[in-house]
Design a protein around this ligand. Structure first.
Ligand code: ZN
Length: 334
């Protein structure tokens, strides 16, 4: 009886598998096609990197690989001048990674802090070049605790008493780091904020950043919606805090968490009417190119290069959601 049952099961499996595979393949293709349409020409890098990820030999490029202190690479491959990109938003990035300064009526909020070797030339010297005072930094909000975005935070905190906002799970892993990691370890004290699933709002003076909990890229990834001014007119920004899906494998819960997070930030962006998409990698939002374009005189009818449309912002999150759904299916995750 047992042998018969097993035979029946094997037979059923043999018969059904090719069809199931064909169905899964066409489903994957449909999600990739949806992502490709949403990506258009604007979000090609996000589409390619998420829909066709390249496996990293020797394990995922994660927090662990970025903890070892390293000297700055050759300045000729990363240095970028700082730029004011909106009335109250300043880009302090390298050609690859972005930090931002949001100016409020009660001081500065820094969003993401880049590698430790970029703190002085890009954030501190950048603020000085833009005639902003680093002593006015009241908050640093970190999208997630990976070295390309968080290594500068301990320096800003110890120099200026800056309050640090991070997703709760990312705070917890950060506090477990050895003291000699790149950039050092920030301290979590009163006034620092560990954001949970409900998200939070960070208000400084006249400006409120709506912090949305979007786990997936890291367990505590944060994304944001906040207002900026373009020649006096309010424009809403959606900031995508973490992009790559990494080694989720067959862990369906992690894929679903990531996909749900994209829906959550997309809803918040839609509710706010966000027409600007920002990221922490220039590869995804073209911040390096757009920041330099802002400095060029606008012709009649030309707007700020960072402003697109609410639909385009939604398209960005559609790329992320559809590519992740395709990758989940490809990995056989349930
Ligand atoms: Zn990361």
């Amino acid at each position: 009886m047992k042998a018969y049952a097993l035979f029946t099961l094997l037979l059923a499996t043999t018969i059904s598998t090719p069809m199931a595979v064909a169905q899964t393949t066409s489903e994957i293709d449909a999600h990739i096609a949806a992502a490709k349409t949403a990506a258009g020409l604007d979000y090609r890098a996000t589409f390619v990197n998420l829909c066709f990820p390249t496996p990293f030999p020797g394990g995922p490029r994660g927090a662990a690989a970025l903890l070892t202190p390293r000297p700055a690479p050759d300045r000729g491959i990363w240095y970028a001048s700082p730029y004011q990109v909106f009335d109250n938003l300043y880009w302090l990035g390298t050609r690859q990674h972005s930090s931002w300064a949001l100016k409020t009526s009660a001081g500065l909020i820094i969003v993401d802090t880049n590698f430790a070797w970029a703190t002085q030339p890009e954030i501190l010297d950048g603020l000085a070049k833009l005639k902003l005072d680093a002593r006015d930094i009241k908050y640093v909000i970190l999208s997630h605790a990976h070295g390309d975005h968080d290594q500068g935070v301990a320096t800003l905190q110890s120099k200026f008493g800056t309050k640090v906002v991070m997703g709760g799970p990312d705070w917890d892993t950060t506090l477990q780091r050895a003291p000699d990691v790149a950039g050092g370890v920030p301290k979590r004290g009163p006034g620092d904020i560990a954001v949970g699933p409900e998200g939070t709002k960070v208000t400084l003076g006249d400006t409120t950043v709506d912090v949305i909990f979007t786990p997936g890229h890291s367990p505590g990834t944060l994304s944001y919606v906040f207002p900026v001014k373009d020649k006096g007119k309010t424009v809403m920004v959606a900031y995508s805090g973490g992009t790559l899906t990494g080694a989720f494998g067959t862990d369906g819960k992690r894929w679903d968490e990531y996909i749900d997070s994209q829906k959550r930030i997309a809803r918040a962006a839609s509710a706010a009417g966000a027409s600007v998409i920002l990221s922490n990698h220039s590869e995804y939002d073209n911040a390096y190119t757009k920041a330099r374009l802002v400095a060029v005189k606008r012709e009649v009818g030309e707007g700020n290069p960072f402003i697109s449309t609410p639909q385009s912002v939604q398209d960005y999150f559609t790329v992320m959601e559809e590519c992740a759904t395709a990758a989940k299916l490809r990995n056989g995750a349930k």
